[in-house]
Design a protein around this ligand. Structure first.
Ligand code: HEM
Ligand code: HEM
Length: 200
């Protein structure tokens, strides 16, 4: 199997988790208690040991395969979507290493509950928030950017197989819609985490 295929399959597994993870954060719009209740349900899925092992394995595969893809393909003098895919991917590698390490350390070393208050504490208090607000904001924006670029690249690839004229403009529009959704989702999550909608 080619590296790109491995990255795609592992990426789809992470993307399924991300749907749960980010919609969980969106539930914070209804307040911290709702976020925590929903997390308890979602944990039954992604903290089920075989699922969690698979997810963490996919995160590791994604970082190694993604970095390899960036450095074999290169991104200088490439179209914008290739550059955006590489840059968002590099950010996601650094973010995931730090993020998953923090979550696992909190759970197994510091014995701290990794719920809404774990995430929002550092996004509300000065000076930590100077780092954590851009850190979380970019993570969600990069995830959507990366998926938008992947959708565009894959659609173009399939279009040249099925119809050589392709559907360039339509795919571009769809990629912008994915990115635009990402901007709205990021704003709503960050507003909730930073106490914009209710006092924290
Ligand atoms: C949140 C985790 C990630 C997801 C869900 C994800 C998903 C994807 C998907 C679905 C593709 C399209 C593959 C295809 O065209 O068939 C892709 C491509 C790519 N990803 Fe990721 N990825 C993630 C993380 C990363 C990371 C950490 C890097 C590291 C830098 C990275 C670098 C790349 C590169 C360079 C490509 C383009 C491959 C090519 O066209 O040759 N990705 N990604
Ligand atoms: C606003 C941005 C984000 C916040 C506030 C956040 C917060 C959290 C929290 C609180 C946990 C612990 C969950 C639990 O205890 O059940 C967690 C776990 C995790 N997050 Fe995020 N996250 C964010 C973005 C992301 C993104 C963009 C990704 C992937 C690209 C990601 C990947 C993960 C993974 C893989 C875990 C580990 C799940 C586990 O096995 O327990 N997160 N995150």
């Amino acid at each position: 199997m080619k590296l790109k295929q491995i990255h795609r399959i592992s990426g789809i597994i992470i993307a399924v988790f991300l749907v749960l993870h980010l919609s969980n954060h969106l539930f914070a719009l209804g307040g911290p208690a709702l976020h925590i209740t929903v997390m308890k349900y979602f944990r039954m899925v992604y903290r089920f040991p075989p699922v969690e092992v698979l997810l963490l394995l996919c995160v590791t595969i994604q970082i190694f395969s993604g970095l390899r893809l960036v450095f074999t393909k290169g991104f200088r003098k490439q179209p914008l979507y290739v550059i955006a895919q590489a840059v968002s991917g590099i950010y996601l590698s650094l973010f995931l290493i730090n993020h998953v390490r923090a979550v696992l350390l909190a759970r197994y070393e510091w014995h701290v509950e990794t719920d809404f208050y774990f995430a929002s504490g550092v996004a509300v208090h000065y000076p930590e928030k100077l780092f954590f607000i851009p850190y979380y904001t970019l993570s969600v924006l990069c995830a959507f950017t990366h998926i938008a670029c992947a959708h565009y690249a894959r659609s173009m690839e399939l279009a040249t197989v099925w119809s050589p004229s392709g559907g360039n403009d339509r795919f571009k529009k769809e990629a912008f819609w994915i990115f635009g959704t990402g901007v709205v989702v990021t704003a709503l999550i960050m507003g909730s985490l930073t106490g914009l909608f209710y006092p924290l």
